[in-house]
Design a protein around this ligand. Sequence first.
Ligand SMILES: O=C(O)CCC(=O)C(=O)O
Length: 266
Amino acid sequence: MPPIYKDSGTVLTRREQFAESGYLVLPGLLPESLRDRLTVEVDHWVDDGLRARSIAACVDPSPDDLLPFLELELPAHGELLTYEPLLGVLRELIGSSFVFHHLHSDRHNPGMAGKPWHHDYEPNDDGDPSLLMVHTLHYIGGLDGTIGNLTVLPGSHREPRSKSALAHLGTAELPGEVEIDSLPPGSTVLVNSALLHARRPVPGPDEAARPRYFVDASYCQTGARWRPVKPYWRGMLARARDLGLGGGRWPELFAERHFTEYAESL
Ligand SMILES: O=C(O)CCC(=O)C(=O)O
């Protein structure tokens, strides 16, 4: 049984659950009005080439550091990034001081490839693995086992390894794994970014299945400087501040001082 966020539990219990297993499921966190707007925005992001352009700006950064149009400029995406109930849970798990790292948005159609076992933890300049990075995986329409299932390996975040150390296994079943194939709309799975996880495709995809709307955003505990993954990270934080995301209630959320300079991954 996956660890489910329970209002009835104590903060300590939830923190211990998260520390132990490396993930926490928040079923139906996002209200319908936000889900509906996110779905429209994801379609726009994918169908109008904005996603492709933002990827191109990372793969082949322009010398003048031009900022592409960003996910967080889409109003519902900006709202999701700073959704107070979500940030409240993050505060319970990380503590009150954390910074936004990056945001991705995509639509997975039937037949979508899986994503092999990996983790997403970025290094910080203190090399301090006790500083938390958390990915929030948002399943806007939920999960229904028709396109791809989120599979996690509880406890794996405690063992240091490279991001792709187990990628050669593809999405093969691992002893002790938990496969999450059913979630109500608007569910979020919080994962310690060092947790091994994979998207396991469903065999023989049903072409009539509903697309899978997926947004992920990550946040880092402050206390060291983190490695940015987007060449335009500085402009991205500036734009979030200009838009007033978070309403000034989270002073560190878009602060540049928590990052090192961008360097391409080896
Ligand atoms: O699609 C999913 O459920 C998980 C995606 C994933 O592993 C990732 O974004 O790192």
